[in-house]
Ligand binder design. Structure first.
Ligand SMILES: Nc1ncnc2c1ncn2[C@@H]1O[C@H](COP(=O)(O)OP(=O)(O)O)[C@@H](O)[C@H]1O
Ligand SMILES: [Mg+2]
Length: 320
């Protein structure tokens, strides 16, 4: 189990640090997929990166809370242990397969590098392992591919290589931050099918960051909806679709890329506030049709709703 507990993160803005993720708690379970959903700028990537303590390289600070891997704090481990955890226990797949590979090294040398980082295989066994990893992600003719440079691969092939690299250390958890957003629609489907079969076959716990509810329906077991740095709804995938409870969740579901009756694409009016500009009280209230003065008066807590496992942060929960 990989748990984020009451995590608050701040980002550097003009010489000071301001809160960008606040009091966030979620858990990733072995073999289960948790989808983290929300518009751009809600803090999804900051949250995803925190699981490998990656944001710290860009000045992101942990203000409160903890991240526990099988009960042990990731903030208590040595830097050596953290290096082994990265890729060996928790792997990350990024949004941009173009920039995540180094253009000056061959595919082979980059795949072999991660294998050597996580195993003590000798040279020829490592190469066999590289070929089998590439085959696992659907890349044919691995021998030839290993000699090539990232430039000569399509976006979909690069993402497959990155997925192979993420699997090299046989991780227990995969963090996939919008893994298909940068790819063509036809390629997206195949990459998702690949991720789903790897996740299922290897029983991986997965955090899937996305704003695509179609993808959520296809892959997730649980869903956390994030708005302005906090979770606003947290429930099983069935409950999210059967009884979405937060007005933001409902609004997000309605802006799936389908045309409404009048031929317009449904969108949520207004924008996600930047960190530092969050409304007092309910942060979604300024964009919410149901909001009353009470909603903006004081912070709203994330409370159990209905059967207890379904949580929502809304004073008018369930109303429409
Ligand atoms: N390293 C950073 N330094 C400063 N601001 C950042 C940094 N990372 C993210 N932010 C800001 O924090 C907010 C949340 O970002 P992010 O987690 O990337 O959102 P999402 O992934 O949901 O689109 C955004 O306003 C973004 O500009
Ligand atoms: Mg992001």
């Amino acid at each position: 189990m990989l748990e984020i507990r009451n995590l608050s993160l701040s980002i550097p803005v003009g010489g000071e640090h301001i809160l960008a993720v606040s009091d966030l708690s979620v858990s990733l379970k072995a073999g289960k997929v948790l989808a983290l959903v929300g518009e751009s700028g809600c803090g999804k990537s900051l949250t995803a990166q925190s699981l490998l303590r990656l944001g710290e390289f860009q000045g992101v600070n942990k203000e409160t809370g903890d991240i526990l891997l099988h009960g042990q704090s990731l903030f208590d481990v040595s830097s050596e242990a953290l290096r082994k955890i990265r890729g060996g226990v928790i792997s990350m797949i990024f949004q941009e397969p173009m920039t995540a590979l180094n253009p000056v090294f061959t595919i082979g040398s980059q795949v072999l590098e991660v294998i050597h980082l996580h195993t003590d295989l000798d040279k020829s066994t490592a190469k066999q392992r590289a070929l089998s990893l590439l085959a696992d992600v659907g890349l044919q003719d691995g021998e030839a591919l290993m000699q090539q440079y990232p430039d000569s691969l399509s976006g979909g092939m690069r993402q497959r290589v990155l997925i192979a690299m993420a699997m090299a250390g046989e991780p227990e958890f995969i963090i996939a931050d919008e893994p298909t957003t940068a790819l063509d629609v036809s390629v997206q489907k195949r990459i998702i099918a690949l991720l789903r079969s790897l996740q299922g076959d290897k029983g991986l716990g997965m955090l899937l960051v996305t704003h695509d509810f179609g993808l959520v329906a296809e892959m997730a077991d649980e869903v956390a909806v994030m708005y302005a740095g906090e979770i606003v709804e947290y429930a099983s995938v069935t409950d999210i679709f059967d009884k979405p409870s937060h007005p933001y969740t409902k609004a997000l579901m309605h802006c799936r890329p389908e045309l409404t009756k009048d031929g317009k694409l449904a969108v949520i009016a207004g924008n996600v506030p930047s960190p530092g500009d969050w409304a007092q009280g309910c942060r979604f209230a300024p964009r919410c049709d149901l909001a009353t003065a009470t909603c903006s008066a004081a912070a709203v807590s994330l409370d159990a709703w209905q059967d207890g496992a379904h949580q929502a942060r809304c004073l008018r929960v369930g109303e429409s």
